[in-house]
Design a binder for this molecule. Structure first.
Ligand SMILES: C[S@@+](CC[C@H](N)C(=O)[O-])C[C@H]1O[C@@H](n2cnc3c(N)ncnc32)[C@H](O)[C@@H]1O
Length: 424
């Protein structure tokens, strides 16, 4: 276990000493550190620069500054060369533990799924336990939308309030499992608020290859005093190894005015050079909306839209490949996998009946999916095309016939666009 903040290290020490929070603050006060001083390090990984505060904390912890840095999971400042010279010894020490862990893994009993379909299996329980069932390098894409540690309401037994370090340590554990189960070239997507994804990104950069930080433009919560109004989620996209084994280009319509159909942004005037199948998807997604309406909602709390999952799964997998989601929620990932003909593995600690129901009654998802495909891989959705024609504006029909690639409908890219949707 390693800690992410000095506050969490102090809190852990207090727990070891059997101190209540009040006693902890009283002991720190004896060391000339007041409550405000220590609270400043609750959500930040830095080491105090004020000597009074640092020395007081070190006295309470009975640690040197070097030990404190090691406990924060870093090579202590000024010791980088010693560290590099002794990597053999350090590696030996760590690998001993790895062997012990491997043995633990070999003795995992098989767990029965809560629900199975022809394409997938849903398991009820804690993802860290359930991951043990999944063989190394057997999954093509992992999509994870975990609780954000915002103290939100979930099913009984699901905790969304952890300490800063506690949350990150838990995160690192299941990320390691995601990396283990991914095939070489497999993709990992992690959806969270930007604050947490900055830490995860730092962790992942040392283990996988960065592809994109996708900004999902969506307001959440209320404005916060003296801060910018939070209006985006972050979707991290990493691959295991040098390059993705599967990457299918996704295309979106040109943005147009809903009233007159004119382009909102300048396309540069090269209309005949535009791909009639749409504009290449960028890393800013402004067309994903929260699932708020009761008619499209499967449960009370957080649920992602099928559009987002369709994008992730279509982009990173082909038909028959395997998608894993450790935080099933309402089952959006599994519903979309079914409709796209992907195999899937799902975990959920809370209510699994909602997911089972959703997968057994696919009507609502099929409707939503049809809507997504009315706009996907088209330069102008049909209604927009009609409006533009009515207003004397150009459409892709004007140059489509010149474009042999599209007439044949046979480019590699196009083949992926024509997936056989299981919508009957
Ligand atoms: C943000 S929601 C996921 C929503 C989902 N993406 C959807 O579209 O419906 C996170 C889910 O993770 C589940 N969860 C929390 N901790 C878990 C754990 N340790 N193992 C498995 N599931 C967990 C929660 O019960 C919750 O349903």
């Amino acid at each position: 276990m390693c800690f992410s903040t000095v506050f969490d290290i102090v809190k852990n020490k207090a727990d070891q000493l059997g101190h209540t929070e009040k006693e902890m603050y009283a002991s720190l006060k004896n060391e000339k550190v007041n409550k405000k001083d220590i609270l400043a390090y609750k959500e930040s990984g830095v080491i105090p620069t004020d000597e009074r505060v640092l020395n007081g904390i070190l006295n309470y912890l009975d640690m040197s500054k070097t030990e404190l840095e090691l406990t924060l999971g870093r090579v202590p400042e000024g010791f980088e060369d010693v560290f590099l010279k002794n990597t053999k010894e350090i590696a030996k020490l760590l690998e001993k533990r790895k062997e012990a862990k491997k043995e633990e893994q070999n003795t995992v009993p098989a767990i029965a799924p809560y629900y199975s379909s022809d394409l997938g299996k849903l398991y009820k329980g804690d993802c860290l336990e359930l991951f043990k069932q999944v063989p190394n390098e057997s999954v093509d894409t992992v999509f994870a939308d975990p609780p954000f540690n915002l103290d939100k309401e979930y099913d009984e037994g699901v905790n969304d309030k952890n300490t800063f370090s506690g949350y990150l340590n838990w995160y690192y554990k299941w990320i390691n499992e995601c990396i283990r189960v991914l095939k070489p070239g497999g993709s990992l997507f992690i959806y969270n608020i930007p604050k947490w994804n900055t830490y995860l990104s730092e962790y992942l950069n040392r283990r996988m290859n960065f592809r994109n930080w996708i900004t999902v433009d969506m307001k959440f919560g209320l404005p916060i005093q003296k801060r910018l109004y939070p209006a985006n989620y972050s979707l991290l996209y990493y691959v295991k190894g040098d390059k993705p084994k599967t990457f299918n280009v996704q295309r979106v319509p040109l943005q147009t005015c809903p009233h007159c159909g004119r382009e909102i942004k300048d396309y540069g005037g090269y209309k005949s050079k535009m791909n009639p199948n749409g504009v290449t998807l960028s890393d800013v997604w402004s067309d994903i909306y929260p699932v708020r309406h009761n008619s499209s909602k499967n449960r009370k709390f957080n649920e992602l839209s099928v559009k987002l999952l369709d994008r992730v799964i279509s982009m990173s997998t082909n038909e028959g490949e395997v998608v894993l989601d450790p935080f099933g929620g309402s089952g959006t990932t599994f519903a979309v996998s079914e409709l796209l003909g992907r195999k899937w593995i799902g975990f959920e600690l809370g209510n699994c009946e909602i997911i089972k129901d959703r997968l057994e009654n696919k009507g609502r998802d099929k409707k939503l999916f049809k809507k997504v495909y009315e706009e996907k891989n088209k330069l102008f959705p049909d209604k927009v095309k009609e409006l533009r024609k009515k207003n004397g504006l150009w459409t892709d029909d004007d140059f489509r016939s010149d474009n042999e690639k599209v007439l044949n409908g046979n480019t590699k890219e196009n083949k992926h666009d024509q997936i056989s949707l299981n919508l009957k």
